[in-house]
Design a binder for this molecule. Structure first.
Ligand code: CA
Length: 229
């Protein structure tokens, strides 16, 4: 059972989500504007946020940015009506963990929610390898932050996990499939581009020049590789 905040201005969609989540024994708070969403999270302990992008006041990107800037690290899943890659990457850049494109299947959303909650619940036994440096950036996987020369950037949950696995295998190519099954599990089948979108977002946070990556390299036809030299 989890406390979930739904930030969504379409009443029917919000009501349908609420019914289904309550049926799954979660408690739900519904916020119809971005501002209400930020307030709802600050008022009560929240385990997960479902976040629409197009809202009547501040948009979902800004809600995400404010929550991460305030230090909240709970999973945020974006419910996006926009299918464009650019928007997805933007959400990830601002610290969202995952996105589901409307119209989405309820079972897929519930599987993603459960997967995100399961992972967020994992005890932090791996703190030993959770802080390291990439170039001039200091990575902190527990706080889900990148310290750059220009300030801190938030890391989403999946970005942190991708970095954790690449760092475990530093210098070696890690197949895309291994990242998918280790991070998303076998119950959820994210689209092929999922890992790639997270990599685009990670590169923008870590690489001095994201267009010519020096640290997170593409291993052609295989996956990705982290190099630290
Ligand atoms: Ca909307």
């Amino acid at each position: 059972m989890a406390h979930i905040v739904i930030v969504e201005d379409e009443p029917d969609l919000a009501a349908g989500l609420r019914d289904n989540l309550e049926f799954e024994k979660h408690t739900v708070v519904h916020a119809a504007t971005g501002q209400e969403g930020v307030e709802a999270v600050s008022k009560q302990e929240t385990d997960l946020v479902l976040l629409d992008i197009m809202l009547p006041d501040i948009d979902g990107f800004e809600v995400c940015r404010r929550l991460r800037a305030s230090g909240y690290t709970m999973p945020i899943i974006i419910l996006s009506a926009k299918g464009q890659e650019l928007d997805k990457v933007r959400g990830l850049e601002l610290g969202a963990d995952d996105y589901v494109t409307k119209p989405f299947g309820l079972r897929e959303l519930l599987a993603r929610i459960n997967a995100a909650l399961r992972r967020a619940d994992r005890p932090e036994t791996e703190t030993l390898r959770s802080q390291f440096t990439i170039g001039e950036r200091r990575i902190d996987l527990v706080r889900q932050k990148v310290e750059t020369p220009d300030g801190e950037l938030p890391l989403g949950y999946y970005e942190s996990e991708i970095l954790r696995i690449l760092h475990e295998h530093v210098g070696e190519a890690v197949p895309r499939n291994e990242l998918l099954t280790r991070i998303w599990g076998t119950a959820v089948f994210p689209a092929d581009r999922t890992v790639d979108n997270h990599i685009v977002s990670l590169r923008r946070k870590i690489e001095p020049n994201p267009k010519e990556p020096r640290f997170i390299l593409t291993a052609h036809a295989v996956g990705y590789k982290l190099v630290l030299s």
